[in-house]
Design a protein around this ligand. Sequence first.
Ligand code: ADP
Length: 728
Amino acid sequence: MSGRSTWHSARWPDAFVRVCCAAAIGVTGLVLLGWTLDVPALRCVLPGRVAMNPATAICFLLAAGSLSILRAPRPAGWQRLAQFAAMLVAVVGAVKLSGYLLGWNIGIDRLLFHAQLGDNEIAPNTAFNFLALGLALWCLDRPTRTGRWPAHGLAMLVAIGAVLSVVGYAFGARVLYGVPSTIPMALNTATVFCLLSLGLLAARPNRGIAALFLGSSPGGTLARRLVPAAVAIPAIVGWLRLAGQNRGFYDTELGVAVMVAVTIITLLLLILWTAETVNRIEAGRKQAEASLRESEDRFQLLVNSVHDYAIFMLDPEGRVATWNLGAQRILGYTAEEIVGQHVSRFAPNAISRAAVAGELHRAAADGRFEEEARRRRKDGTQFWANVIITPIRSADGRLTGFAKVTRDITRQRGAEEAIRQLTQNLEHRVAERTAELAESNDQLRQQNQENEMFVYSVSHDLRSPLVNLEGFSQELVHVCGELRELLADPDVPAETRDRGMALVDGDVAESIRYINQAVLRLSGIIDSLLRLSRAGRVEYQAQEVDVNAMLPRLLDSMRGTIAERGAAVHCGELPVVWGDPTALELVFANLVGNALKYADPLRPAHVEIGCRPEPSSEENGNRLTFYVRDNGLGIAAEYQERVFQPFKRVHTQVAEGEGMGLAIARRIVERHRGRIWVESAPGSGSTFFVELPVVRANRPNGGPARRGADNENRESDQEEMTCSLNHC
Ligand code: ADP
């Protein structure tokens, strides 16, 4: 197949077919023109010789048309049309031939140009050729059961008949172009038969005689050189001899002798030339074979030198055909022991033996097979193998065997197993640790709750004595008033009045003032404690909180302080978050309040409230970070964490306070599963950050809660967040 590729891949056979068809149509067209215009020269080429019958010309047109269609793949309709035309040609031939044989004539060839025809009709050898040509076209793509192509045989028959006729005309030997006592085949008819039969052979260049003739094998070379020579040399030399003899240049003996000598010499030279060419081809083939063998040897050497891979070939049945050192090292068999044995011998047990054989089928079907499986060595030990099987096919697609590459991956599998074990252990420990953490978290939460309850009850209990204290101090104020009235009595001696008044307005009044101050302070502390404990216990109602709408309200309530401080407060565009609106308002109120409270008296206060630009996403846990930035006093690094603890204050001299605001803010933010922290530098200002969840944890897009979110989503978000805020 590959030997013929040069000719087959060439496009010239198709071009040749087209030229043959065009020439045939041209010649028959001229003949029909000759009949129409009554020009004998167009009808019969040689003056006074027999003319091509008009029916013959029509048959040629049909045959040429059919061949033009069949030369290339066409739709089924066209194919059928071409075969119908071919069948018509064959029928005309058969009818005319049977007329000659059986002695009847239905005048199929006398229908056209009847008046000018005279005794012209389709010759018997022409009729035979039509029958053969029509059949050849009809069965062009129909092989026999034995795989032969009858079309080529029939076309050869037509070609031989046509060539003989042409030779007959050249030599004036009527017997070659006509059947005695019947009209002979016309010269142009013989020529067109030659064209169409050769065209038909070239239409299927990779089959039968055409394939042999066009192939690049020594046989093809031989055929291409000798066949034209075998036809042309005797014909030309014979014609020259006859022409010379007719002109009286030499007699018969000399003519024949010269003809024989020339033929012998020419054929001899041709045969020698061809033999030399065939020899050259053979030498090339041998060289190619030698280099192939050499490359095979090199490949074998390479394969043999591979130690880490078992590389061997199997025959189509799965028996070991070759063996390399790697195979010997990995599987333990020597080449002598294993070559010829079935590959299933490496299966670890009887069950997997069938599976190993099945791998070959899968490799053959899919073009490749790869797996990691256990294999058995000669000594019975097993190992993990990576196996790759590749089918090997001949040029015509026949399965000639398999190439199998096996690698021992036991160590790799061991390492993988160890990694898997380690990962498993690690995961186990992480799970354990997480559970422990969750448990201690729960304990902490519980402890926190208990602490808050304790703070709450202590604060509550402290409240009543404080109220008493407040009451008694009021009582004392009242008593002092009464005392003052008693002392004002004129009966009271002046000395006693002065002494009494001095005590009431001096020491007693001062003591009452101290008591009141202490009560006020204590009451403030208790209030703060109650607020802190409340921040940890109160039930939160989660909903979408529009921080954008909340802040103006808040700033409005601080209008007085802002004006008093001459502060500029800037508020950016803020997103919607999930949380308890009252609690979150408290957080922002505290941060903005502190920014104003701890403003630097040396410069105009400037406060900025905003949100960091990065969008919330699954990666950052669907959170957004708000900030409150000021250019106030700032907080030294060592206090930045401490300011979030209850009662911890830094700027005690600057403003009054309980040191509880940030502690409450942290408690609220943490209950929202958020974070609060500060970045600050003394003298240049502070930025408080509040990170809050913006969506429920499992919102598919992870985007911020939308203002127009549909009700269903909103309700389930709300439930989920409320639950989470209240630690359900
Ligand atoms: P309070 O304001 O009642 O003292 P906070 O808990 O709100 O209590 O604040 C704790 C301390 O943190 C404050 O006493 C103050 O020293 C410091 N602080 C809070 N906010 C700021 C701020 N914006 N700039 C500087 N210091 C601040």
